[in-house]
Design a protein around this ligand. Structure first.
Ligand SMILES: [Fe+2]
Ligand SMILES: [Fe+2]
Length: 474
């Protein structure tokens, strides 16, 4: 028999909770089956230089060592409890934060947790084939780190389901292992998590754009009046930062390498840039447009009564809720959303409570814009006249007020035909994917070596040098 309290590092007193142990004993083998089937391909025997969280203390949450991923210690950690914490928004504002699930919110809360939980294994599934085309050992280690931590995030949500939702929770936990990204019959819940991540440019874009959606959702749930959810999400956020770092620096390094080659060879024409074996900036822009637009959809409808209910009930707050200076009830305030009327995009004021999805999306866009500006600096410093831009919020949207409309990257309302004529300027084509993948036909794994299409990072992981053996293949 496995000693789960030993095997599962935790600060939830797992050793004393028999019911929870039994539930996890059931689920753990199914999880391992999922990892062997859907975790990173052919990786199971590698020794990977990974960080493992073994406690929430500053010195315990990032222990670095070689680990075989199936032996990774997926732990359950909640940020320590603050006895004085209250529900900080909505109709229950001022009550003591809930330590058990309020009966009337049981199914809503379960749905919120399942939706978050579903994204975690989904991204592992989306990324599982990328090891075979990694640009370096450093990058291979980073994708594995992201993957094991998404696995831990799944554990975090499953812990809540098992501990607080009884039989329904156990069934949901099983379903989290049964759905598959992109599967026609049993797909993952949210759209962006069913899109393929076919190459490393897509992977870096995904971790920059879509893991950042994860951050904003976690931030909103970290405000929840249901204290165990809030504390779980707070700890997950410490890990999420590394995922976004991998994405942002990955794209930075690709841009840097492209700019170097363009400058050295005095090239501007994308075809000539491609001929040098690096990714042209136009293709990077198209990937950006795609990942940005599908990620914006994850926030849901601009006007949403569900979002209003989540807030009013105290289940899901706003980004940095407790730092905002207003009444935290929002019964009288308004917020602006966009609507497409005829061939115009018009601004409209709606009750702020109903526009909380849109507000979280706007907070996200602000942070994204800063990151894109940092990418732009690399291009500017190389003296190359190219501007990376964020497309209009309405571009290529499938959910909310822009769904069903054909909005250009600069925000014009077009006919379907006119939009279609520009599609290949705006979104990656099959030909673009083919080109990008033609650069990534094999893996580069000699320590300290990097594929031609990407610059080395500024520094290694955990102060190790760039030529450190981050993965041992055995
Ligand atoms: Fe995650
Ligand atoms: Fe993540």
């Amino acid at each position: 028999m496995i000693d789960y309290t030993e095997k599962i590092p935790n600060n939830v007193d797992l050793g004393r909770d028999r019911g929870l142990q039994r539930a996890l004993e059931h689920w753990q083998p199914a999880y391992m089956g999922w990892w062997y089937d859907m975790g990173p391909d052919e990786s199971h025997n590698y020794d990977v230089y990974l960080r493992t969280a073994i406690s929430v203390e500053p010195d315990g949450w990032a222990q670095f060592d070689y680990v075989k991923m199936p032996e990774y210690r997926w732990g359950i950690f909640l940020q320590p409890r603050d006895e004085n914490r209250q529900v900080n928004f909505g109709m229950h504002k001022g009550q003591a934060a809930w330590q058990e699930v309020p009966g009337e919110y049981r199914s809503t809360l379960r749905r919120v947790i399942v939706t978050q939980g579903d994204t975690e294994p989904a991204s592992v599934e989306q990324q599982r084939m990328l090891g075979a085309s990694c640009p370096s050992m450093y990058d291979l280690r980073n994708i594995f780190q992201v993957n094991v931590e998404e696995g831990r995030h799944l554990w975090a949500m499953v812990y809540l389901l098992h501990r607080y939702f009884g039989r329904d929770g156990r069934e949901e936990a099983e379903s989290l292992l049964a759905r598959r990204s992109g599967d026609a019959d049993n797909p993952r819940i949210l759209g962006a998590f069913n899109e393929p991540t076919p190459d490393w440019l897509a992977f870096y874009m995904f971790t920059f754009f879509t893991d950042r959606d994860g951050k904003f959702q976690l931030c909103a749930l970290a405000e929840s009046g249901f204290d165990p959810l809030a504390r779980t999400c707070r700890f997950m956020l410490t890990e999420e930062a590394h995922h976004m770092f991998v994405g942002e620096t990955g794209v930075t390094r690709i841009i840097k390498r492209t700019c170097e080659v363009m400058k050295e060879n005095k090239l501007e024409d994308p075809a000539q840039v491609r001929a040098m074996g690096v990714i042209d900036l136009q293709t990077i822009q198209r990937y950006l447009n795609f990942h940005y637009s599908v990620t914006l959809d994850l926030y849901g409808s601009d006007v949403s009564s569900n979002a209003a209910n989540y807030f009013t009930s105290g289940l899901k707050g706003r980004f940095r809720e407790t730092k905002l200076e207003d009444d935290h009830v929002l019964s009288d305030s308004e917020y602006s959303v966009f609507e497409v009327i005829g061939d115009k995009i018009v601004k409209k004021m709606v009750p702020a409570l109903t526009a909380l999805n849109e507000r979280l999306r706007d907070d996200y866009i602000e942070e994204i814009a800063d990151g894109v500006a940092r990418w732009q600096r690399v291009i500017d410093e190389a003296g190359i006249p190219f501007k990376l831009t964020l497309p209009h919020k309405g571009f290529h949207r499938a959910i909310g007020n822009f769904a069903g409309h054909h909005i250009s990257t600069t925000g014009e309302v077009l006919t379907a035909e006119a939009w279609k004529r520009h599609e290949h300027e705006w979104l990656p084509s099959a030909e673009d994917h083919k080109f990008v993948q033609s650069l990534m036909t094999g893996r580069v794994v000699e320590p300290g070596k990097f594929a031609n299409w990407i610059a080395p990072p500024v520094r290694g992981i955990n102060s190790k040098p760039l030529d450190f053996e981050y993965v041992r293949f055995n």
